[in-house]
Design a protein around this ligand. Structure first.
Ligand code: HEM
Length: 234
């Protein structure tokens, strides 16, 4: 995900329009392929990583899992699908998902190459052509911002607690002009998948299998993420 700083200048609609009109000057086939690859990578592996760690976190914290399930069952009210308006009826589950994205950010780091000299507030400068890395995994465990950072606590995301933190304390979808354009869609995917899973299954930790978490392009576990599942109504 190394790339030069700059404003997003191509969106998915542009890609489709340009791909349709072969005579139009603009993107080459390689450019279009690169953009489609970006969508496939950014949209798939990230969501798979997020969902895997959410299910793992639910298994590790049965009391929070129960609170999420109670909320989901009430919101769905007997339906076996989730509708648009139901997405806003599960605030506790949404906070749980965010806490999982904090401790297990699917994109654990990002990098940029500067195109011009940056002058910081204290007068120090960074020349053009510098490679900059941001460690999101560490940022989300920064003890000056997050009290007891290793503790899993969904209530960190109550609005009154969020307002006490700097806006860039939590950046699973990055920030600025090149942040994730799929973040609302991704949050909705995560809410639906979590809710419908909780409606059907109990998730149980397997204490014999501790994940070995590694920051690759997306956050992964070298030995997989092992949980046990049991139907809610056997
Ligand atoms: C939990 C799921 C997701 C996470 C954590 C995530 C995270 C991110 C992050 C951190 C970036 C910035 C990367 C960088 O600065 O180097 C990004 C960019 C991007 N994401 Fe997502 N993403 C997710 C899901 C999705 C989905 C579902 C889509 C599309 C359907 C998507 C499309 C994109 C695209 C196209 C970019 C590049 C934007 C640009 O360069 O201007 N992402 N994502």
């Amino acid at each position: 995900m190394d790339r030069v700083q700059g404003k997003r200048n191509v969106d998915f609609l542009d890609i489709l329009l340009l791909a349709r009109d072969e005579n139009k000057q603009g993107m080459s086939d390689e450019d279009i392929q690169a953009e489609v690859d970006t969508f496939m990578f950014e949209g798939h592996d990230t969501t798979a990583s997020a969902m895997s760690f959410i299910l793992y976190s639910l298994a590790c914290y049965p009391e929070y899992q129960k609170m999420c399930r109670d909320e989901v069952l009430q919101a769905l009210d007997g339906k076996d699908t989730m509708e648009w308006e139901d997405l806003s009826k599960i605030p506790y589950t949404t906070m749980f998902i965010k806490e999982s994205l904090r401790l297990y950010p699917p994109v654990p780091g990002m990098s940029r190459i500067t195109t011009k000299t940056i002058t910081f507030f204290d007068g120090r400068t960074l020349p053009a052509g510098s490679h900059i890395g941001t460690n999101v995994y560490s940022l989300h465990r920064n003890a000056t911002v997050w009290e007891d950072p290793e503790v899993f606590d969904p209530l960190r995301f109550l609005p009154e607690n969020v307002s006490k933190r700097p806006p860039h304390a939590f950046v699973p979808f990055s920030a600025g002009p090149r942040n994730c354009i799929g973040q609302n869609f991704a949050m909705n995917e995560l809410k639906v998948s979590t809710a419908l899973t909780l409606q059907r299954y109990h998730l149980i930790e397997d204490p014999t299998q501790t994940p070995q978490i590694v920051p690759r392009l997306v956050l992964r576990s070298l030995n997989g993420l092992h949980i046990k599942i049991k139907p809610v109504d056997p």
